[in-house]
Design a protein around this ligand. Sequence first.
Ligand code: GDP
Ligand code: GDP
Length: 438
Amino acid sequence: MSKPVVAIVGRPNVGKSTLFNTLAGEKISIVKDTPGVTRDRIYANVSWLDWEFTMIDTGGIEPDSKDIILSQMREQAQIAIDTADVIVFITDVKQGVVDADSKVADMLRRSGKPVLLVVNKVDHFEKYMPDVYEFYNLGIGDPIPVSAASRLGLGDMLDEVIAHFPESMKEEEEDDRPRIAIVGKPNVGKSSIINKLLGESRVIVSDIAGTTRDAIDTEVTHDGKEYIFIDTAGLRRKNKIKEELERYSIIRTVTAVERADVVVMVIDATEGVTEQDAKIAGIAHERGKGMIIVVNKWDAIEKNDRTMREFEAQVRQILSYLSYAEILYISAKTGQRLNRLYDMIDMVIQNQTLRIATGVLNEIMTEAVAMQQPPSDKGKRLKLYYITQVSVKPPTFVVFVNDKELMHFSYTRYLENKIREAFGFKGTSLKFFIRERK
Ligand code: GDP
Ligand code: GDP
């Protein structure tokens, strides 16, 4: 399912981080064991009633001078307009309406996006309500009073948020054409790849219903099959601040990856694998999407018979958690090997939706256990009773054992390798849940 995106915008100190952390709870989406993934709380998964959405904190660095607050807020607001389905604009009842709020409210109103006006720090409803009415002056609707710190009014606010999710999000779910996000840091060649793919196929560029975001979706027909490419390169912003640019790039990546079945992670052959590549790859990996690693600009480097192996070694080392992903060496400039991308996409989608019968899985597990004894601790040995696949996209397995504590990460990894030896599952991560059966 494609998750809606909610962006938080507001001046420094109005309580954005507090709200973000309260709503995100423990479920911060950044997986700790994915190396290279940013620890910043830029985005998080939030569940409310029967919806799940991605919340994005557009606020970056704290400004140290007053006059850059407005320009920075405009920047934040623009990011929100570009990427979000619903924008939550946060103000502070204690500071009242300030000039920057009015200017940003105008900008948000003109965007035509659903905007919720939230007034924070209303720690006492009766006491502060008269001050809340002042916020009607912003002209973006009814102010919603909350206290992020004391968790007041948040349920009503979330009800409002989900009421604004586009009905069309449900249509997108029914569309079974593969959706492919091309991701990577700026200048690796994302647009060039899409342009080249378009140049060689019958193309319909259209505003596909189902999104209120600006991500540029392109339909491509190849060998009689339709594919939808999600372009994250479309918007190039001329930010001066490096950190902010990176934040923007991460936000774009998260929103595109969220909507995709398969992620094509583009790396620049002339630069090798960088830290920013690792962050971007981590986002796709932790969301369990199909993955293809593409090394672009292969035409632009000097090569000998070892170059490809050496590059692969570098990718495998730095992006070790993506060991399941295939690597394709291409040139968007010359078109070299680009047509292989379609076959890989088809293969990855098949593997993401592959279901293995329980009987077969248990045969593999029994054999694996016979070949390598499960670990034991203090005289108690791990027993594996039963394994079954419970879902797809990504393929997810539940293993029933006598004692969860005994199931080391390394033994789960061993089991995963045995399953991969038998079925490949190229291009997709596999998820394992360990349950106890007494
Ligand atoms: P940000 O800069 O917008 O991310 O704001 P923060 O979340 O860092 O909050 C700024 C300050 O406001 C902190 O000292 C918070 O403790 C405080 N704060 C946040 N929410 C509330 C609230 O609901 N009530 C009160 N009284 N203070 C709050
Ligand atoms: P994006 O920011 O990831 O969309 O990158 P672009 O597609 O705009 O490409 C950035 C630069 O790299 C442009 O100058 C392209 O011409 C160049 N470029 C892209 N692909 C290739 C390639 O395969 N080979 C070479 N030599 N240059 C490329």
